[in-house]
Write a protein that binds this ligand. Structure first.
Ligand SMILES: [Zn+2]
Length: 363
């Protein structure tokens, strides 16, 4: 029986506050473009899932301290206060800078072995936390960032109440955000927060499967040295010239006690359903070997054929098949990551969740 015919039962955890983030585009290679991480992404997904019959549940507000399970308190405090500091500093009114954009970054080359101090100037301080120029902050950004984290935490907590699958409609996305820093249109790592919540709810081992078209460098960084949370990702090969460029390679397998609990399966630009699904199946085998009792699915649909942000060529049927494979592994909290082609975005997310539901129903 298809979930499309019977209706989607997976609850969608959502907060209207996720619409408040209007990054105002991105500065890419020195030029401010319109950008693709727009509020309409969330509204088209919500409409598609509602039309399929999915119940929509409100994200519940969590304490700031709950965000510290994954992120350094300094990063969280910075995200919460930087817009107010920016406005108070006259960057908008006096200098016409209507979004927070860093301009100097304390790279290893700049620091030359010295510790990174916290700069006195607000415009200097931004580069301490943000690692690129395309992840802008504006007036409603923090409200949305926090609401997205709330959605992920709520969706994970619902698993402990008996749901076998939940979906957090997070915006902004999160998998490029690490313990101490943000970038890649991500600020807090929603999927990592969900994985930690599942651990704290009693799952001794958790797996994050990341099917966004890009490597989730932030999630990898959070769990790289840990054996209890597996991270596995299929993504367009950074070695072929794709973001995040510096990591996401197959040789990155985890460190120390986490050795072996990290798997990157980069695929070539142009990869379609067959090879992409073979990679997803391999990640599922890993998860079974790892013994995860709960799964977080970093659900980016930017591997879609029409998506403007990646050269992968996966169909909606491919995403549905991935959902079926992952649904067979155990309870799943799906967390929205990327996906930018507004005309087909809802269809792809629905296909994946329908696949999850059908994979869990299978004997
Ligand atoms: Zn992506």
């Amino acid at each position: 029986m298809s979930a499309e015919a019977d209706g989607l039962d997976i609850p969608v955890v959502w907060s209207e506050d996720c619409l408040l983030h209007e990054p105002g585009g991105e500065v890419w290679l020195g030029v401010q473009d319109a950008g693709t991480e727009v509020p309409e992404r969330a509204t088209v997904i919500l409409r598609a899932l509602r039309d399929a019959g999915a119940p929509v549940l409100p994200a519940s507000r969590h304490a700031i301290a709950d965000l510290h399970s994954v992120h350094h308190p300094d990063l969280v405090a910075h995200l919460a206060s930087i817009w107010a500091d920016w406005e108070a500093g006259g960057y908008v009114s006096e200098y016409g800078r209507d979004r927070v954009v860093p301009y100097v970054f304390p790279t290893a080359a700049m620091l030359a072995g010295l510790p990174a101090r916290v700069p006195a100037a607000t415009h200097g301080r931004v580069g301490l936390y943000c690692y690129d120029t395309m992840t802008l902050i504006g007036p409603g950004s923090w409200e949305a960032i926090r609401a997205a984290a709330d959605a992920a935490l709520t969706a994970a907590e619902l698993i402990a109440t008996g749901y076998t699958a939940t979906y957090a409609l997070c915006r902004p996305p999160g998998h490029h955000a690490g313990p101490d820093g943000y970038g890649g249109s991500c600020y807090l790592n929603n999927a990592a927060l969900a994985a930690e919540a599942l651990r704290q709810a009693g799952a001794s081992r958790v797996a994050v499967i990341d099917i966004d078209a890009h490597h989730g460098n932030g999630t990898q960084a959070v769990f790289y040295a840990r054996p209890d949370v597996y991270y596995g990702s299929v993504h367009v090969d950074p070695g072929a010239g794709w973001f995040p460029h510096y990591m996401g390679f197959a040789a990155e397998r985890g460190s120390g006690p986490g050795a072996g609990a990290n798997r990157n399966l980069p695929v070539a630009p142009g990869t379609g359903d067959d090879r992409w699904l073979a990679a997803v199946a391999r990640l599922c085998q890993d998860v079974q070997r790892h013994g995860a009792e709960a799964i977080v699915l970093s659900l980016g649909t930017d591997a879609a054929i029409a998506d403007p942000e990646s050269p992968l060529q996966v169909t909606a049927a491919g995403y549905r098949a991935a959902g079926e494979l992952i649904g067979g592994l155990g309870p799943v909290t799906a967390v929205q990551e990327g996906g930018y082609h507004l005309p087909t975005l809802g269809e792809y997310v629905l296909a994946t969740l329908a696949g999850l539901q059908s994979g869990q129903a299978a004997p």
